[in-house]
Ligand binder design. Structure first.
Ligand code: 13P
Length: 265
């Protein structure tokens, strides 16, 4: 069975969306680091990453590097282009120059509010990889899609479109975020998340090869909280979470990152 032979280091990722300015980002990351240190968090067994707004990234980079924190970070989007006349856009090269590890691509809010197409999202994935960033590729169905097409058809189609030209063996993270679960307080059930994550992993085998598919972290996102993370993490194909609202609450996010301590509660 896919995924059985590889151990994947879980990833707990906080997507701040358009919250916290650069001063607030410094205070938050500092407190998060203290909180995880107090809890003796093992970063080798659970990776923790934050995704602040672009204007915070330099501050977050400076803090993480000065204090030698083990937190990872990334941008919430990037341009498909390297440089040039693209007013308001941010190049993957700039994110890499700020030591970003990751970049979120194709979040449902960008698909909806910025009309990003599968084709553009695919071009952004290519750009991220070119600049040495690991894409956190978001896929997910709306409530209507779920009713019309069933649970995994739309997320799998989005994955195939975004990775159509991806090379075998690429290092990516996939985030399954059902649109109906984002910010709604109505999370998917662990079984629902597992069903789609398993289908995504099967599709990944064709797209990027067996070995890379086994190594790919598939995150669940949508109303994740400290009180429901453990259920998701018990599922074999769910390797972490992309957390929105709860990532802005220090004790919640810290507790989500420590899910290993409350698996079984
Ligand atoms: P919430 O955790 O607020 O539902 O948001 C999920 C999300 O969109 C993360 O990218």
């Amino acid at each position: 069975m896919a995924g059985m032979s590889t151990t994947r280091v879980p990833l707990i990722a906080g997507n701040w969306k358009m919250n916290l300015d650069h001063l607030q980002s410094i205070a938050f990351v500092q407190k998060l680091a203290w909180s995880l240190k107090d809890a003796k968090h093992g970063f080798a067994s659970v990776e923790v990453a934050v995704f602040p707004p672009f204007t915070d990234l330099r501050s977050v980079q400076t803090l993480i590097s000065a204090d030698k924190l083990e937190l990872k970070f990334g941008g919430q989007d990037l341009s498909a282009y390297d440089s040039g006349a693209y007013t308001g856009e941010i190049s993957g090269a700039f994110l890499k120059a700020l030591d970003c590890d990751y970049v979120i691509i194709g979040h449902s809010e960008r698909r909806t509010l910025h009309h990003e197409t599968d084709e553009e999202i695919g071009a952004k994935v290519t750009a991220a990889i070119k600049h040495g960033l690991v894409p956190v590729l978001c896929v997910g169905e709306t409530a209507d899609d779920l009713e019309t097409h069933g649970p995994s058809a739309v997320p799998v189609a989005q994955l195939k479109a975004a990775l159509a030209t991806a090379a075998k063996g690429v290092d990516i993270v996939v985030a399954y975020e059902p649109v109906w679960a984002i910010g709604s307080g109505k999370a998917a059930t662990p079984a629902q998340a597992e069903q789609v994550a398993a289908a995504l992993r099967v599709a990944l085998v064709d797209l990027i090869g067996q070995e890379a598919a086994d190594a790919t972290r598939i995150l669940y996102g949508g109303s994740v909280k400290a009180s429901n993370i453990a259920g998701f993490m018990r599922e074999p194909n769910v390797d972490g979470a992309l957390v929105g609202g709860a990532s802005l609450d220090l004790s919640e996010f810290s507790s989500i990152a420590q899910f290993q301590k409350h698996v079984g509660t």
